[in-house]
Design a binder for this molecule. Structure first.
Ligand code: 6PG
Length: 476
């Protein structure tokens, strides 16, 4: 029998997605540039389902039923273009190439348009959940045309994670919408990880807790509103002891965070779209700063505040306050992430169901969390919610958390512990709720040195003050 789906690129993500399709009863054609990988997949996992291995691209394409569905799992960038160049001439109108890598959505838009000319569907698809997710059920974010989703969608839904019986997969929107939303997912992932790292750092540096004690705190949090995969794995990491040294594992890992680019893209695109996402930006910068060993070495001897940590009783209380700070900051970074999706949708004409995005992130993906149900509920109540902060429930919770949040940000400052995520989130919150912002002064300065003009609160039009002359106002 011919295969219903083909997977080309059998590194760990491709291999596990192929196995996931096979375990769900699909006949799966498999191909890899170097055939050794194809062979090892068949040797190790061939018994899991119906695989059709191929040595060449021609053989691979011929082994697929029509219209062909061909999932490409190669490194994002050049390799994707090369694979498309190889496959496209062998395909016929109605066939479909699915790109499951972390592609830049602009590349996806370009590829989709080029292949559409030839009658071939190109479906840029976000896939989250790492290797385990790929095998047992990832969160899947397909873009591309509505027609392509008609036949592909049910297959992707079948292999996706399920929450309350609902698949963690939905058609996101046309062309690059799926990869755009996956990019924002990763931006939020960066922000979440940064906030958790700051919480850990504060619990250690201010409350004086050891990593195993902090793990207990995280485990407790994980039974409440912060219940999430990232909190769960953080607790695991913090209880792990390094076998070689007997030290907490976290103390033997080099403190320079790396990144493959999706967080950086989120910020770059946010700047282009004019969406403020300081939570994500601070997370990207924090990683970048950590890697600047030269700058850090040069600054190591700069003075800081006096040391000292809290007594046990205050430490307990402080841990509760950090929980509030973390929760409030999390609401803020998700608010920014959703604004980014809204802005992308508007700019590129995508009809994105904002509640559905929350829904498919409840399972399978790295940022999966109980919290996402709440976001979905917020959009169920109001589809056009301008900000998550405007949702009555979130507003109430953030209002209740704000006292503790401010204390934590102040404590970070007093103890000299960098908390750019917490502080930027609080600044964002305070800026949005301000009756008046000092942006008025910025405008006056711009008008002063560059005659850039300003608007007034009491009259329409644009105005300029003749600063260098008699300070009279010219208006229009
Ligand atoms: C996911 C992850 C996945 C990957 C990131 C990590 O959703 O499954 O986000 O895409 O782990 O590429 O990104 P960095 O290497 O940039 O931290």
């Amino acid at each position: 029998a011919k295969a219903q789906i083909g997977v080309s690129g059998l590194a760990v993500m491709g291999r596990n997605l192929a196995r996931n399709f096979a375990r769900n009863g699909y006949t799966v054609a498999v191909h890899n540039r170097t055939p050794a990988r194809t062979r090892s997949l068949i040797d190790e996992f061939g018994h899991e389902g119906d695989f059709v291995p191929s040595q060449s691209v021609e053989e691979f394409v011929a082994s697929l039923e029509r219209p062909r569905r061909l999932l490409v799992m190669v490194k994002a960038g050049e390799p994707t273009d090369e694979v498309i160049k190889e496959f496209a001439p062998l395909l016929e109108p109605g066939d479909m190439i699915i790109d499951g890598g972390n592609a830049h959505f602009a590349d996806t838009r370009r590829r989709e348009a080029a292949l559409r000319e030839r009658g071939i569907y190109f479906v840029g698809t976000g896939v989250s959940g790492g290797e385990e997710g790929a095998l047992h059920g990832p969160s899947i974010m397909p873009g591309g045309s509505v027609e392509s989703y008609r036949t592909l969608g049910p297959m992707l839904e079948k292999i996706s994670a399920k929450v309350d019986g609902a698949p963690c997969c939905t058609h996101i929107g046309a062309d690059g919408a799926g990869h755009f939303v996956k990019m924002v997912h990763n931006g939020i992932e960066y922000a979440d990880m940064q906030l958790i790292a700051e919480a850990y750092d504060l619990l250690r540096g201010v409350a004086g807790l050891t990593p195993p004690r902090i793990a207990e705190v995280f485990r407790r949090w994980n039974t409440g509103r912060l219940d999430s995969y990232l909190i769960e794995i953080t607790a695991d990491v913090l209880t792990h002891t390094d076998a070689a040294t007997g030290k907490p594992f976290v103390d033997v890992v080099a403190d320079q965070a790396e990144q493959k680019g999706t967080g950086r893209w989120t910020v770059q695109i946010a700047l282009d779209l004019g969406v403020p996402v300081p939570g994500i930006a601070e997370a990207v910068f924090a990683r970048s700063l950590s890697g600047h060993t030269d700058l850090r070495a040069a600054a190591r001897s700069l003075p800081g505040p006096k040391g000292g940590t809290l007594d046990a009783k205050s430490a307990e209380h402080f841990a509760d306050q950090v929980e509030h700070a973390l929760y409030a900051s999390k609401i803020v970074s998700y608010a920014q992430g959703w604004n980014m999706i809204q802005a992308g949708a508007e700019e590129y004409g995508w009809d994105i169901d904002l509640g559905a995005v929350a829904s498919i992130w409840r399972g399978g993906c790295i940022i999966r969390a109980a919290f996402l149900d709440r976001i979905r509920a917020a959009f169920d109540t109001d589809r056009t919610l301008p900000s998550l902060l405007a949702d009555a429930q979130f507003a109430k919770e953030i209002g209740e958390a704000q006292g503790a949040w401010r204390t934590v940000v102040a404590a970070a400052g007093e103890h000299g512990i960098p908390a750019p995520g917490f502080s930027a989130a609080l600044a964002y919150y305070d800026a949005l709720r301000a009756q008046r912002l000092p942006a008025a002064l910025t405008q006056a300065q711009r008008d002063y040195f560059g005659a850039h003009t300003y608007r007034r609160v009491d009259r329409d039009g644009s105005f300029h003050t003749r600063w260098a002359q008699d300070k009279s106002e010219a208006g229009a």
